[in-house]
Ligand binder design. Sequence first.
Ligand code: HEM
Length: 115
Amino acid sequence: MSTAILHLHLGLALLLFAVLLAGRIPRLRAFSAIVALLVLATGLHNFATRMHLPPPGWHMWIGIKTLLGLHVIAIVLLSARGTATAEKLARWRKGALVSGAITIVIGLYFSNFAR
Ligand code: HEM
């Protein structure tokens, strides 16, 4: 069950990153918001289940990953509100892509190579 949710988290996270990269959030507002909330829910589930017997550095790196992940989710939800200007959306998108890329690398490292 936990492995299935970890993989679901991976799929949803990559989908969210792809929508962000393609600049499609303004056109897929409800879809993006739902995917962002599902990434949050599955991420919290992973946090609760994967902290058992953590590899060295897990708490520090997953703490950093969670903060960066929350940054991505906040930007997606704010962009999905549809009230920001085009300049603001472009600036937010760049920051969220950087945070998202780091989040993906840390997540993949800890779920595939650290244990
Ligand atoms: C605040 C929300 C989030 C929390 C609490 C969270 C938490 C976690 C945890 C605990 C893991 C498992 C690490 C381990 O195996 O020890 C994980 C994996 C992962 N996370 Fe997140 N995450 C969040 C948001 C995100 C976001 C926004 C992205 C990317 C845009 C992301 C991408 C990934 C990826 C790619 C993996 C590896 C999954 C796999 O290999 O199957 N996460 N996450």
